[in-house]
Design a protein around this ligand. Structure first.
Ligand SMILES: C[S@@+](CC[C@H](N)C(=O)[O-])C[C@H]1O[C@@H](n2cnc3c(N)ncnc32)[C@H](O)[C@@H]1O
Ligand SMILES: O=C(O)C(=O)C[C@]1(C(=O)O)C=C[C@@H](O)C=C1
Length: 247
């Protein structure tokens, strides 16, 4: 049975910053499904892109893997020989649960779960890299170096799938997308108090960029094929492909 997210349901006197602790890990599948429009479509598409982009004898990375939802979908869609998945998160509570979650499925694809800061790890021989709602939690001044490292670690023909919460450069549209997202959360059973307390708790830790900032940064680190493949309100997912070497 999946636990329901009531974390922000009662008034919290001293609202601290949102973090991925035991309490959040326990309710995470319910929280993310009810909070992120399009989440399950994005997970399915990560599987579909894995089927297309995974290269034999390469590594696939799930950076900020939480409970391993994207890892499992990648694993399920892998048909290429000799691949391994490296799933990384810096929350021990998430990783403990990810191990249990992934153990429930049968698969021959090796998965390594590692507790680390994704800014400190090495990326090499990669064909698919997933940042599914993780970059937004990385300090803004560290984002470009992380993306550069991903670009350099990808093999030619490799792909980065980058899903994020966005802000819009147009103030009116920005407010509309935020309002629509809050409508989405209310429609999924969150109260006014839950929406507003979570918003405050996320303020200092989830710092969204505009789609334009993402595209420019991805181009700066070297990606030559970049675009948004999905967007619903202020949430979306981009694809960035490292050009295939000309033979
Ligand atoms: C919104 S969740 C990601 C959801 C997940 N990718 C999925 O598809 O279900 C963000 C995750 O990033 C992790 N995280 C945040 N900063 C990190 C960092 N510097 N290094 C590793 N993991 C990080 C958090 O612990 C959290 O589990
Ligand atoms: O609930 C929100 O407002 C969110 O921004 C959703 C969001 C995210 O985008 O990562 C924030 C934290 C939780 O990890 C799950 C989802």
């Amino acid at each position: 049975m999946q636990s329901k997210d009531h974390i922000f349901a009662a008034p919290i006197a001293q609202l601290g910053d949102f973090c991925f602790d035991q309490k959040v890990a326990e309710v995470f599948p319910d929280m993310i499904k009810r909070s992120v429009p399009g989440y399950s479509n994005i997970i399915s598409a990560i599987g579909m892109m894995t089927a297309r982009f995974a290269q034999p004898h390469s590594q696939l990375y799930d950076l900020g893997c939480s409970l391993g939802a994207a890892t499992q979908e990648m694993r399920r869609n892998l048909t290429q020989d000799g691949c391994a998945i490296i799933a990384i998160d810096n929350s021990s509570a998430m990783l403990e649960r990810a191990a249990n979650h992934l153990a429930a499925f049968k698969s021959d694809v090796p998965v390594t779960l590692t507790e680390a800061d994704i800014c400190d790890i090495e990326i090499e021989n990669a064909s698919v890299v997933v940042l599914n709602f993780t970059l937004q939690f990385i300090a803004p001044d560290k984002r470009e170096a992380l993306l550069k490292k991903i670009y350099q670690g990808l093999n030619p023909g490799g792909v980065l799938i980058l899903s994020e919460k966005f802000i819009s450069a147009d103030d009116t549209v920005n407010q509309l997308l935020i309002d629509l997202h809050h409508d989405f959360k209310r429609a999924n059973g969150y109260s006014e108090l839950e929406v507003s307390q979570k918003r405050t708790a996320l303020e200092n830790v989830l710092r969204p960029d505009t789609p334009e900032q993402h595209k420019e940064r991805l181009a700066r680190v070297g990606f030559n094929h970049v675009d948004m493949w999905f967007q619903c309100f202020n949430f979306g997912s981009m694809v960035a492909i490292k050009q295939v070497a000309i033979k």
